[in-house]
Design a protein around this ligand. Sequence first.
Ligand SMILES: Nc1ncnc2c1ncn2[C@@H]1O[C@H](COP(=O)(O)OP(=O)(O)OP(=O)(O)O)[C@@H](O)[C@H]1O
Length: 327
Amino acid sequence: MITARGLARSYTTRRGVVRAVRGVDLDVAAGEIVALLGPNGAGKTTTLRMLTTLLRPSAGTARVAGCDLVADPNGVRRRIGYVAQHGGAAPDCRVLEDLVLQGRIHGLSKAESKRRAERLAAELDLNGLGGRVSRTLSGGQRRRLDLALGLIHEPRLVFLDEPTTSLDPQSRANLWQHIRRLREERGITVVVTTHYLDEADSLADRVLVVDRGRVVASGSPDELKRALGGDALLLDVERVEDAVRCLEALPGVGEVHIGPDGVRCRVRDGGTALPTVLRALDAASVPLRSVQMRRPTLDDVFLDLTGRALREAGEATPAGEEVDSVA
Ligand SMILES: Nc1ncnc2c1ncn2[C@@H]1O[C@H](COP(=O)(O)OP(=O)(O)OP(=O)(O)O)[C@@H](O)[C@H]1O
């Protein structure tokens, strides 16, 4: 459904050239749900905007839904759906009117547009809301309407940019359910960008981890976590620097990292390593408040690949913001 090679995009700003995407290769098969996972500024939106023809690549080639991205952008546009980060619903328009209008923009007859609008409203739990003005909808309802607007022309491939940002946990899980069901029932292919680990983990068949404009790993969430192996230990300690020194000196303890929740490290087998770790911290007089042992998460995968935790990466390092001075 998508084949991209060496996709790149730079922005020229007053400070210089920002290389937002630096050569992305991508293969997405029909019917897959693929997540581009990365921190703020990693280049996810730029990649999506290129694949949806909204932005011309500075370099690289791609075929999207059977059409060449650069030679036939209209062909691509006709075959895909795109739901932007802030959605496309008109705040003062009524739900069904907006859906019908969107269908008409895609060249559907009034009757066909209305039929599809009603079907989508039913599928996406918008029944009974057809007469409501969009700005009065809840966040979850609004995102479902955005999704419906992106699907009215029945594309085989849909791109969703950060679909659940600013939704509460229940509405997020509900939207994932809808997206999965649309895939099951309509067989659509979904490419989604996210900086939420749980979203990539529970929604996607395959995750492409994006950092500083590059894909640094790809695989199913389980494959990525399995490849890492071992267990993660999270230690809430009082003297963080001493704890780090102590852990780094222990054989079999790797990737010691200070995060917002405490000191994190990886060990081959948590059950065996834990007593050794606790004894060493005690011997170094490092007070321990709590310890958690768990299987690796996608955050551990990101940490392993980049040396930074995903949740901190956006703030700690302006990924992609490496500015090359203008010649
Ligand atoms: N129009 C623009 N002009 C200049 N720089 C830009 C522009 N759009 C994006 N960038 C920069 O390109 C880099 C990648 O941005 P992009 O929006 O693609 O990242 P992202 O991973 O989607 O982040 P987010 O999750 O915050 O949307 C960032 O450093 C960003 O500041």
